[in-house]
Design a protein around this ligand. Structure first.
Ligand code: GTP
Ligand code: ZN
Length: 211
């Protein structure tokens, strides 16, 4: 795996003006992004989010999952802290790609849960890798993250790959009638450390997304 830094630019958002760093994974041809705010290369733990691409949730306002809500919440928390990093990894659909995710959604429309749907298509429940984060964080001078996630497998994988996770911060936002079942399955079958009662409702966030 070779990750090559390509360029960095300003990225103004409603919450802060981040610096956007573009990387190319020369093995897969995928491009990945890091958004950073403030001085993050001083050795102190950095508030961070490792976010996997979800075109439908992140860009198309899908309410089937919690991805778009989490993305917005993570950027807001980093802006409030004045310092942090968000790695945006192009591993759509837990690593199966956009078109296979649509196939999986079709099966879920017919009654399968998110794990069964992946398995019926011949995939594992979660095909993602996090080793690409290591050279990206190295480039940014970050060794230790205060990680915003509910996913213990993400914490374990990053730790195995050499990233120090000093703290885990839950990120439970965007509950709505369309993703309630999906979020329950993530907690029951994928081990996410969350209960539906922890969640804020999507409606509050949704209004802000449109403003
Ligand atoms: N295959 C598949 N992928 C999905 C589905 N819903 C969301 N995704 C993808 O799942 C990824 C996000 O994973 P999540 O399980 O929501 O969250 P996580 O990153 O593991 O954990 P958190 O850090 O707590 O958000 C993105 O790549 C989405 O495209 C689904 O029903 N099927
Ligand atoms: Zn999603």
């Amino acid at each position: 795996m070779t990750i090559r830094f390509i360029a960095a630019s300003r990225l103004p958002t409603p919450w802060a003006t981040f610096t956007m760093h573009g990387f190319e994974d020369e093995t897969t041809g995928k491009d990945h992004i890091a958004l950073t705010l403030g001085e993050i290369d001083d050795g102190a733990p950095v508030l961070g989010r490792v976010h996997s691409e979800c075109l439908t949730g992140d860009a198309l306002f899908s309410m089937r999952c919690d991805c778009g809500y989490q993305l917005q919440e993570a950027l807001k928390r980093i802006a409030a802290e004045g310092r942090g990093v968000l790695l945006y990894l192009r591993q759509e659909g837990r690593g199966i790609g956009l078109l296979n995710k649509i196939r999986a959604y079709e099966l879920q429309d017919g009654g399968a849960d998110t794990v069964e749907a992946n398995e019926r298509l011949g995939f594992g429940a979660d095909m993602r890798r996090y080793d690409i984060c290591v050279p990206m964080l190295e480039h940014l001078g970050v060794s230790t993250l205060k990680l915003m996630t509910n996913n213990p497998r993400k914490v374990d994988a990053l730790t195995r790959d050499g990233v120090i996770i000093s703290e885990r911060q839950p990120i439970t936002t965007g509950l709505n009638p369309h993703n309630e079942q999906y979020l329950s399955t993530k907690a029951d079958k994928l081990g996410h450390m969350m209960a539906l009662s922890d969640f804020t409702q999507a409606s509050d966030v949704d209004i802000e997304r449109r403003s």
